[in-house]
Design a protein around this ligand. Sequence first.
Ligand SMILES: *Cc1c(COP(=O)(O)O)cnc(C)c1O
Length: 828
Amino acid sequence: MATSTTASRDLRQYECGPFLFSDRADHDWYDRHLMFDHVVSPERASQRERFEAVARSLRDLLTQRWLLTQQTQEQANAKRVYYLSMEFLIGRSLVNNIVNLGVEQFVRDDLTTDPQQDWAAVIETEPDAGLGNGGLGRLAACFVESLATLQIPAMGYGLRYEYGIFRQEIENGYQVEHPDHWLMQPDPWEVPRPQETVQVPVACSFRLENGVIRAVPGQASHLLGVPYDRPIVGYGGRTINTLRLWGASSPDVFDFGEFSSGDFVGAMLDRLVAETVTRVLYPDDSTSAGQALRFVQEYFLVSCSLADIVARFQRSNDDWNALPDKVAIQLNDTHPAMAVGELMRILLDQGGLGWDEAWDITVRTLAYTNHTLLPEALEKWPARMFELVCPRLLEIIYEINRRFLDGVRELYPGDNGRVETLSLIEESGERNVRMAHLAVVGTHSTNGVAAIHSRLLRDAVLPEFAELFPDRFNNKTNGVTPRRWLLVANRDLSSLITEAIGDGWITDMSRLRELLPLADDAGFRQRFREAKRSAKLRFADWLKATTGQTVDPDTIFDSQIKRIHEYKRQLLNVLHVIVLYNRLRDDPTLQIPPRTFFFAGKAAPAYQLAKLIIKLISNVGRTLDADPVSSGRLNVTFLPNYNVSLAMQLIPASEVSEQISTAGYEASGTGNMKFMMNGALTIGTRDGATIEMAEEAGEENFFLFGLTADEVADSRGWYSPGWHYDHEPETKRALDLIRDNHFSPDEPGIFGPILDTLLARGDYYMHLADLTAYSQAQQQVSALYADPEAWTRKAIINVACSGKFSSDRSIAEYASDIWGAEPCPVGD
Ligand SMILES: *Cc1c(COP(=O)(O)O)cnc(C)c1O
């Protein structure tokens, strides 16, 4: 081994993060991990073992800093932020940890001296931690990174799903789901802490009966929550916070009758059932399926996290009234809304506080972020599930509701309709708890995630609550971390920016505005184009190497990558492609700049129409490829298995960003922000944060089109897709081509459900209403692309104006407006 002969080095010579290292740090770690962790001779170690050795060495390197962060925060008894989320879509950690620690030089000099080290392969070996569905989970991951970078004492709490979001394969154009057993090999970043296990009381037991999991009512038991900690390295490596994920386990002795009755194996099987609680992530990000196991998962997250938070609080404080001064708990959507009831339970039953005092502390400690306007996503849980699993919480929720509604009746005497609207309990049919109502009533802050979303939340979704609690409603526009999404993902562009304005932008994205004058500098524009070109080439190489797919870097890279959902309107994009295709069929000499339309995204496994949209995209791609009229000019590529790593590859290479949701339905979007930072131009509707992005850069630097949210709402009731079919020849021809099986000659009729949705079932998401405006906006995109100088100028302006969409800005706003939390610098 080349490295083992080198003398130990003093790592303090490295300019970045010198405070990280003690004298004990040296590169032998890598060799030791490589050989001893797996008992394998270095020359025979597998790629996976090499990855683990690098990751383990880095973990060694950050350990002291991680401990120092905990000590410092504990000693300061500073206010801590707890971010509760059912999802953390982390992706890979290796490269980001290297960059945030500032040890690239060390890694290059020492870890890569291993002659067998193929650095790119090592990076690709790390599986994505896919513990989330999409935007909501990725937001949580960006937020914990920004919290660490801003040096705010904070902890993320989530679940350690053994199986993350499924791995998507495309077979004959159809999505096929495969399990993502990402923990099959031990994850080098996580630290299990069994000694800090917490108990979660459940009022029932879980058993296996004929292969089906059943809850046995009345047979109280408990689950164990085992913490698995992951370091969250802030940029500069000063603060290293913790993401604590709970794994479900069951007590060694289950007080079931079987042990005494001799059914040892039966009792062991029941134990396995208890451990299924954190087995798998629910793969649907936009509907609440009301599954009992999901309910238990949410209760488990809340119960474990609050027990942990309270125990930590009590180590340094003895007065419950200090809780809101020391603890801020943010609920990422309604999934952890049971925290309202659980914190009350702790304060009442454990703390012995009176109701009013407990309530005041609860409300001041908790805050709630709403993430969606889709009615089908609003969670409601049957009261009977509470009764089965955690009846004391239900008792408390009923009491919260009784007192709350008493107050409402006093304010609005005789207004029974209002009481029914506001109630935490839905009484029609089965009794349900409305989790969003519980979250608004039991917290001091309810925020939306973009200006328009917060307005709609206040005016359209929860107007009666906004009237009652006007001060609670506020906006915190989402952001993404510029470390992962620009610095790491796009080396070409980030070095160009640093060369031009210095590296202050990495932690202060408002500095990007210093690039504005350079939009008019022909030399800079040239270099900016070169950076994009090089990102496109790198993407093409990466794609070839990982999937075998080929793409032509001389085409416009146009991307729509996000969950597949009707409201996001991948269908609108495909319909436009078909419109272009028809134009080419009419006139093969037509000048259209060649484009590659990239699609990527997963469909919820039970969402049949979304899966059919994937099939349509695939088939259109295949047809256009085979037709000489379109081949090489209009390419449609569906990239399988969209995840964080794919996003990090494709976004830097993209020139057009598709953000075309039906206005009023995308709460914020965060993909839109990643593209803007990376110099893509956006074609989009006035929806979510895209509105604010265009405000920042100027609408003249965006391609906005289509109905506004108010226009969409106003046309409900009279909108008729059939009118567009009858009066717009290109719309009609596109739909007819699908109907005539042009894209499905071997499977006639398969796209019937799509046509039905658009024509027979009212086109709820108004594709046809926007298709003409969209096609016109696309024509402007093509026209501008033909003028590279004008295009580049707008792209530079977009990057320069993207600073607002750093999650550092979002977090700074949460910290001052909602949490009252401040940085707690960790010394050298
Ligand atoms: C950013 C991101 C999302 C969110 O994308 P939207 O376009 O905002 O829906 C979803 N999945 C992954 C992997 C992401 O990185």
